[in-house]
Design a protein around this ligand. Structure first.
Ligand SMILES: Nc1ncnc2c1ncn2[C@@H]1O[C@H](COP(=O)(O)OP(=O)(O)OP(=O)(O)O)[C@@H](O)[C@H]1O
Length: 339
């Protein structure tokens, strides 16, 4: 029996800007297995949320276009009716959003909002639902579930609201969870609780998780595999230990170098020059990261950069990783980028 839960194949998500469509996700292929957390990392604007929203079918079809496939069981989520998708969302698939305020209804007490997903997807009676909601509130670390049940979102702190969003996402023990920056707004103790909860869901329920985060510490602790996204594409994909021990793509190496650590106390942190270009100005041919490493010669890049499997399970896009060095690094000092 296969362990595979989700298979994204050549996904392209484009947004209409003025009269043209521009791809925010461009040719993404990625699998998520049962009992696996795949982290997606990259700077702001790299297409991480656009990818997550495509999986969950949250993009407005009038302003966006989705091509390619997202296979889940017998379904292709990229080409599925809204009715079928609605059945899957909230039961088998859950999403934790970046911003809890937009995910919650300001006019409904939180207990009723969690209960709604139980009404839609289970046959529980009123009493069972109430008991389950209180249990969920308790499991996400809400100190007084009975009281919180009857509160409105605006009466709760940001951290408490995020926990309510998580309670909704896991209410029906989904087989698949997309978590988009789930703990950014939370303090470290609560963050640890929430991350533990996600791990539990993965391990006990055999769930597959896509975890989008800026926090490489969270990635190191939580992920089984990591996909690094730049300008709509996956530029590196590897098991987590391999990615941290042996990063190859210049972008991955730059991201890792820009993280403060106690070992680097005396070193200057690396700053990645430039920005992720806005969609209409993204280069559509050649290496998309080229403009941000101008000291690397043109011939180091591939004309049509592909993902190369350099070790089982470790993929890198473009050949420029072979000769990459940081600008302030002597060529002779290179100890990391050459395979
Ligand atoms: N609905 C939309 N219409 C037009 N452009 C969009 C839309 N949503 C996202 N974009 C653009 O698509 C690109 C990718 O955005 P996305 O939000 O997926 O990035 P991200 O990596 O998730 O960033 P962040 O970490 O800030 O959430 C950006 O250039 C963004 O401006």
């Amino acid at each position: 029996m296969t362990n595979q839960l989700l298979k994204i194949q050549n996904l392209q998500t484009s947004f209409r800007i003025k009269d043209d469509y521009h791809a925010a996700v461009d040719g993404v292929t990625l699998e998520v297995n049962k009992n696996e957390i795949v982290a997606i990392v990259g700077e702001s604007g790299c297409g991480k949320s656009a990818l997550a929203f495509s999986i969950m079918g949250f993009h407005d079809p009038k302003r966006s276009k989705i091509e390619g496939h997202i296979y889940y069981k017998e379904h292709d989520l990229a080409n599925i009716s809204t009715a079928k998708l609605n059945k899957l969302r909230g039961s088998e698939m859950g999403m934790i959003f970046q911003d809890p305020l937009t995910a919650l209804n300001p006019l409904m007490v939180v207990g009723a909002q969690i209960e709604e997903t139980l009404i839609l997807h289970t046959k529980m009676n009123k009493e069972q639902r109430k008991a389950r909601v209180l249990e969920l509130l308790d499991s996400v670390g809400i100190p007084n579930p009975q009281r919180t049940f009857n509160q409105y979102p605006h009466e709760l702190s940001g951290g408490m609201r995020q926990r309510v969003v998580i309670a909704i996402a896991i209410a029906n023990k989904p087989a698949f969870l997309v978590a988009d920056e789930p703990t950014t707004a939370l303090d470290v103790t609560i963050q640890a609780q929430i991350l533990d909860l996600m791990k539990e869901l993965k391990e006990k329920m055999d769930a597959g998780v896509i975890l989008i985060t800026h926090d490489l510490g969270v990635v190191a602790e939580m992920a089984d595999r990591v996909a690094v996204m730049y300008a709509g594409q996956i530029v590196e994909l590897a098991p987590v230990e391999e990615l941290f021990a042996n990063p190859k793509h210049p972008y991955t190496r730059s991201l890792l170098q820009s993280v403060p650590s106690t070992d680097k106390k005396d070193e200057r942190l690396h700053v990645i020059q430039g920005i992720v270009p806005p969609l209409p100005s993204l280069p559509r041919v050649g290496c998309r990261f080229k403009a941000r490493i101008p000291w690397i010669p043109e011939e180091a890049h591939e004309e049509n950069p592909e993902l190369h499997e350099i070790k089982p399970g470790h993929f890198v896009r473009c050949t420029c990783y072979k000769t990459f060095h940081f600008q302030d690094e002597q060529k002779g000092d290179m100890n990391n980028g050459v395979s």
